[in-house]
Design a protein around this ligand. Structure first.
Ligand code: MSP
Length: 502
């Protein structure tokens, strides 16, 4: 039986065009989806847009558009970018879609009927930028812009009621919030009394949202609306069969800045609805591109999305996945991109293809030779190749994408060293059979590596498999057929020459 795997990205605010943060999480989700699909899982990958709330309303106002027109205008920029980045999602949700609006209203009614929503008058400091009331301590900190005193009647969700249950749940489910330091951060946060969550905005102040069904003077708070997308996407209250199959989600991928909403608000909402919690919420770090020191002294801060135009999608996907240790911050610089590209893709991966295809062309008329008896020299390569899929799969399960990639690159490097040492171009002069064994072994390891990197670089790896006459082949040793005529090709990853070095 297939294992279900339901994963999500955050839904992105439609207040500007997509940036690196959006692209990163979405690529990460795509890479994980692809690995799971290859492993035979029944994957459901949901992404989409968060279209309500003050930020979107203000962005629309600035452009002189209605919020809906503004969203309709910007939404294609996201879907087009996802297409360009070869993102294969299963569903794209927009929170203004009727299916979502209906669900949010049903949920509000349900939670209200159960007694978990009540009205109260509240006076406090309100941050326009943050769209929420802030505490006195937060106000003191001076970190918030546009703060004003506000007294309002609002609707509140009894979040505080679930505090103890949430703490216990986190303790008994070590996989729930990852990485561990984020889990500890949330446990630290939960040491203070949780309080209830204001989930309404009076239309008089902010009207761009989903109307509260039991009080039409109000719309619901954008986060209460947005988090529910994860239920809408799998048919909660509308498609029982799909919902039963998909929920709970296996993985919510998020950035570290939206951890509290996901690891505190969301589970308490689910508790109130009587639904199981997602298995894992994983908070990744940030790509730092605006480091002043970096930009001033080196002038090397770039918009990563521009790199796609120049160097193609696959190298950018590769760089983002290889360079960030999931859970930590990483620096995005042109220099490190070029360095990574040249060392891993041009020198190691691309070079191996060039070498084996060149040698096979020269010594075997471009036809994959047969492997004879393997010597002790080949054994580590073959064993490494045979074990690679298992290692990669395990690391992907652990969400250690950069290490999974590194495993493959390590084999590629070993194969390059092996070819260097075995010197099949010399061996061919005296022992063609032996040269054939060396070249079969190295080409097969290359094929296998391409198969295992396919989720990261879907285009280039397919090109390699096509050249090797093995499209759609699997990651087990022996998939390369001797007698296959290799296709001619150009350099897979032409080296990027650094114009200036800092
Ligand atoms: N709409 C909310 C999410 C609702 S999910 C129910 C939101 N949207 S956002 O567009 O502002 O941010 C989306 C994601 O981008 C967040 O996960 C955030 O962490 C991520 N990033 C924004 N800038 C980033 C980087 N520089 N690097 C990595 N990710 C960052 O929040």
């Amino acid at each position: 039986m297939k294992t279900n795997f339901y994963l999500t990205t955050p839904i992105y605010y439609v207040n500007d065009k997509p940036h690196i943060g959006h692209a990163y999480t979405t690529i990460l989700a795509d890479v994980l989806s692809r690995y799971h699909r290859v492993a035979g899982d029944d994957v459901f990958f949901l992404t989409g847009l968060d279209e309500h709330g003050q930020k979107v309303q203000q962005a629309a106002e600035k452009r002189g558009l209605s919020p809906q027109d503004h969203c309709n205008d910007l939404a294609p920029r996201f879907t087009q970018l996802w297409e360009r980045l070869q993102i294969e999602y299963n569903d794209f949700i927009r929170t203004t879609q009727p299916r979502h609006v209906m669900l949010v209203q049903q949920v509000l009614q349900k939670v209200y009927d159960s007694g978990d929503i009540y009205a109260d008058e509240y006076e406090g400091w309100y941050s326009v930028a943050e769209e929420r009331f802030i505490t006195a301590i937060e106000k003191e900190s001076g970190q918030f812009r546009d703060v004003k005193k506000l007294k309002e009647r609002n609707w509140f969700f009894r979040m505080g009621k679930y505090q103890t249950r949430l703490i216990e749940y986190i303790h008994s489910h070590p996989e729930f919030i990852r990485p561990l330091h984020r889990c500890n951060e949330i446990l630290g946060f939960l040491r203070q009394p949780l309080g209830d969550l204001c989930i309404s905005r009076p239309k008089a102040r902010m009207s761009w949202g989903i109307e509260i069904p039991f009080d039409t003077d109000y719309v619901t708070y954008v986060w209460f609306d947005a988090l529910l997308n994860y239920l809408t996407g799998v048919g909660y209250l509308s498609n029982e069969e799909q919902f039963k199959k998909r929920w709970p989600a296996d993985l919510h991928l998020i950035g570290k800045d939206i951890l509290t909403t996901h690891a505190v608000y969301w589970p308490t909402m689910l508790f109130s609805l009587g639904l199981p919690l997602p298995k894992t919420i994983f908070a990744h770090g940030w790509w730092l591109t605006g480091d002043a020191k970096m930009s001033k002294s080196l002038g090397n801060v770039v918009n990563p999305l521009d790199l796609i135009e120049q160097y193609g999608v696959d190298p950018v996907r590769y760089y983002l996945m290889r360079e960030m240790v999931l859970g930590q911050d990483a620096n995005f610089t042109l220099e490190s991109f070029i360095k990574r590209y040249n060392s891993d893709l041009a020198n190691d991966f691309g070079n191996l293809l060039n070498r084996v295809s060149g040698l096979i062309s020269k010594n075997f008329d471009g036809v994959v030779p047969q492997a004879g008896v393997l010597s002790a020299e080949e054994e580590p390569i073959k064993t490494g190749g045979e074990q690679l899929e298992g290692k990669v799969r395990k690391l992907i399960q652990e969400l250690s994408v950069h290490e999974a990639i590194e495993e493959v690159m390590t084999l590629i490097r070993e194969v390059n060293t092996y070819v260097e040492k075995q010197a099949p171009w010399k061996v061919a002069r005296t022992d063609l059979k032996r040269a054939g064994t060396i070249l079969y072994t190295s080409t097969e390891a290359l094929r296998l590596s391409a198969v295992l990197l396919e989720p990261v670089m879907p285009s280039k790896t397919r090109t390699v498999l096509d050249i090797l006459g093995a499209p759609g082949s699997k990651a087990n040793w022996g998939g390369l057929k001797h007698g296959t005529k290799l296709k001619s090709h150009q350099a897979l990853f032409p080296r990027i020459e650094l114009e200036k070095s800092a």
